[in-house]
Design a protein around this ligand. Structure first.
Ligand code: PLP
Length: 437
């Protein structure tokens, strides 16, 4: 078995050979690695080659792959049944744990929460709830932010849409796309202008808590609070998307980092979405928020949402075990690794005299081949992205698996130790030389 033969076989039956576009290596070239196992900080491909993994399943693997406690919890749950299509005690236990973790200095991020299976469902439901709550139809989103692949949220989206250089997606009816207004990130005047142009029609602003799907786009100081103030002044809701940042950049996500620093009363979104880590590597995500808005959901209210596998017992068990393992020590280790590795990347490029900017939001970081800060999607696109494939491929050949797109953040885990950081650092100079050519 080789990666090439597996890719050929997959392409014959699966569009592009992949079940999610960013896995296809389209922007970096070469053959995607077909993985057969993963443990700790490492993944292994069909050829038996091991790589230090900086993708972490695109976020869920906070504790590292196949953490023994998570695997044991899933095995234990599986021994009692895979899916019941009925309520289980673990669901309320996970809901309570998520609410408790996101309570900072006495302020709760949300009152109640519904479990779904993917981040896409979570944001889609949040938008429906916002429309149901306000009776309005327009949603404001930011260019370069990714909120999953529902029709209304793909316009100028980050992640794979950015990687493939697409403006949005075919198949989205114009009437649906017209209900999403895309604005530049970190630009409050643009939001004021949108509210002025569509009085009484904007249901919600949706924003990534910190942008991490067009590379890392850090919100300006006070930007999220201003979004909350503006939305509320205009009778709209704020939807904070923490699918990627939630339980990764800290125990209470990006909002928690802001809440810890806030003086006075903390701003709050009306709705918040989670995914990735909350399912510990199995399909689980959530939409949460203010009690009065959440109680608009069926069966209590008129906003419909459902799911055959929602709150799946294996996913709940994996989420609970992952969150229980995500203690202060785990976050401290991940933060330290991010500081060391991002500095090593900066240092490697600086010594070769090649301009890059490393953007960091907590332990998430990404690099851009340009010498100026990256605040918006336009900034992120205005870089020598053509240099990334050589950088990526050289590291891959040296046994380091980076995200196969310059528009994705690097994911560390609590299982990455100094050994892995040293090995990555040692491999950097050759990759930088390849990028400099
Ligand atoms: N929201 C954000 C911020 C994301 O990063 C993602 C996925 O990467 C999603 C939503 C969609 O989640 P899923 O891929 O589980 O549908």
């Amino acid at each position: 078995m080789s990666n090439e033969t597996e890719f050929a076989r997959a392409r014959a039956v699966i569009p592009g050979g992949v079940n999610s576009p960013v896995r296809a290596y389209r922007s970096v070239g070469g053959t995607p690695r077909f993985l057969v196992s993963a443990r700790g900080a490492y993944v292994t491909d069909v050829e038996g080659r091991e790589y230090i993994d900086l993708i972490g399943s695109w976020g869920p693997a906070l504790l590292g792959h196949a953490h023994p406690d998570v695997v044991a919890a899933v095995q234990d749950a599986a021994s009692r049944g895979l899916s019941f299509g009925a309520t289980t005690p673990g669901e309320a236990e996970l809901a309570e744990l998520l609410r408790e973790r996101t309570t900072v200095r006495g302020t709760r991020l949300f009152d109640s929460i519904r479990l779904v299976s993917t981040g896409t469902e979570a944001t889609m439901t949040a938008v429906r709830l916002a429309r149901g709550a306000t009776g309005r139809d327009i949603v404001l989103k930011f260019a370069g932010h990714y909120h999953g692949h529902s029709d209304g949220l793909l316009a100028e989206s980050g992640s794979g849409v950015a990687t493939l250089g697409l403006p949005g997606s075919a198949g989205v009816p114009a009437d649906v796309a017209a209900l999403t207004i895309v604005l530049p990130y970190n630009d409050l005047a643009a939001i004021e202008a949108a509210f002025a142009a569509h009085p009484g029609r904007i249901a919600a602003i949706i924003t990534e808590a910190a942008g991490a799907n067009a590379g890392v786009l850090v919100p300006d100081d006070g930007f999220n609070r201003a979004l909350s103030d503006l939305a509320h002044r205009e009778g709209a809701l704020l939807i904070l998307d923490e699918v990627l940042t939630g339980f990764r950049v800290g125990p209470a996500g990006w909002w928690g980092l802001e809440a810890e620093r806030a003086d006075g009363e903390m701003w709050k979104p009306d709705l918040v979405t989670f995914g990735k880590i909350v399912g510990g590597g199995l399909p689980l995500a959530a939409v949460a928020g203010r009690r009065d808005v959440m109680e608009l959901l069926a069966p209590l209210g008129p906003v419909y949402q459902a799911g055959t596998l929602s709150g799946n017992p294996l996913a709940v068990a994996a989420g609970l075990a992952t969150l229980r393992g995500a203690d202060a020590d785990a976050y401290a280790r991940i933060d330290r690794s991010a500081a060391i590795l991002s500095a090593a990347v900066e240092e490697a490029f600086a010594s070769a005299g090649l301009a890059v900017t490393v953007s960091r939001a907590g332990s998430l970081f990404s690099l851009a081949f340009r010498d100026r800060a990256v605040r918006t999607y336009d900034d992120a696109k205005d870089q020598d992205a053509w240099r990334y494939p050589a950088f990526f491929t050289t590291l891959l050949e040296a046994g380091v698996s980076l995200p196969p797109s310059v528009f994705e953040a690097w994911f560390l885990s609590a299982a990455h130790t100094d050994l892995e950081l040293d090995r990555i650092t040692a491999a950097l100079p050759a990759a930088v030389r390849a990028a400099a050519r």
